[in-house]
Design a protein. Sequence first.
Length: 234
Amino acid sequence: MGKDVIIALDFESKEKALSFLDQFAGEPKKPFVKIGMELYYAAGPDIVREIKARGHQIFLDLKLHDIPNTVKKAMSVLSGLDVDMLNLHAAGTKAMMEAALEGVTRPDGSRPLVIAVTQLTSTSQERMEGDLLIREPIDQVVLHYAQCARDAGLDGVVCSPLEAGKVHGACGETFLTVTPGVRFADGDVGDQVRVTTPEKAREIGSDYIVVGRPVTQAADPAAAYRRCVAEFVG
Ligand code: C5P
């Protein structure tokens, strides 16, 4: 599995997402893209089929979290969409993650990559202790959830690029780290707090970087994407 840049398609409609992707029509390699809840709930599964038909690899970022049987059945439906990567919340427990893998595996044994969300980056130590009654240091909680995901058979986790080295240390080099929070050295940080450049993310060991606004809001998105690939993949 090689390193790659994933563009976050954070658009509210099918039209906006597709007209954005039209700008990559001339690219030799169609970018790997992430479809999140906003676009999926607005445009439905057809947007996945249409973008797939244009030749893009797809990370469907729906963060499933429910009882094991429900997640298994939902994953079984999603496996029919032929996406390349799916995710769920490790907080659903190993039983839920194992059920997800059973559901997503097709009759021929193939399946998309499945990765876990550990603690959301919007969850602070204080909220985790006060709201969730989890009293351990958040770094340890993230690593523990990552190990549970690995033990359940998942392929990796979503994490900060700054945590990618530690996750590999705890879960092995082949356990994937998919990392948002990436900015160009000379770019706007926006609302992200802990950010890293594509080059630094590569050095720390990210396997995939997820990049949204530095590409989607760029004056020339195809050029910004190429720059990301050059800095991250080399
Ligand atoms: O525009 P930007 O590069 O900040 O977009 C990052 C993408 O990664 C968004 O789709 C955001 O929801 C997602 N993400 C994140 N931080 C996480 C998990 C997902 O920024 N911890």
